[in-house]
Write a protein that binds this ligand. Sequence first.
Ligand SMILES: [Zn+2]
Ligand SMILES: [Zn+2]
Length: 159
Amino acid sequence: MAIILRGLTECAICGSILQEDQSVRGFPPFVANAADPLYLFCDAGVHEDCFQDHPRREQVIERLAAIDALISPPGVIPRCRICAQELDWDNSWSLPFFTLDKSDPLFEFNCAEFHKVCLAAWNRRSELCGYLVGLKETWTGPHLEHVLHKVGCTETQTP
Ligand SMILES: [Zn+2]
Ligand SMILES: [Zn+2]
């Protein structure tokens, strides 16, 4: 969740400082694509009033709910998408949320979590890399390169 320092942090919507006496809301880092119209809210703090009036409010709520439904609730250890065994923090890796569109091939990979060793040996890894490389058309920001690197889509690395 975004760290909000009252009197210092700027509202991501109106740009003015989030003050002590104002109702504010913080968002987790839930948008990986900097070209996404919701990227504004990623890891950000906003005035509650600004949020309520924002035209993309419903989209933000929908996206956060979709992500919430995918990730394990507190106290439940997430399981590897490939081997179905429990994950341990140091040896695991997760994908970001990609899309709400069920017809998109990346839909099934939304917030998927893996053991690093399982992912490295996965027979669907090159398929996944193909989809991820396709995101270069529409994604901006540093996160995609990070994902490509973690998944091991080495053929996509620039010389
Ligand atoms: Zn504001
Ligand atoms: Zn595994």
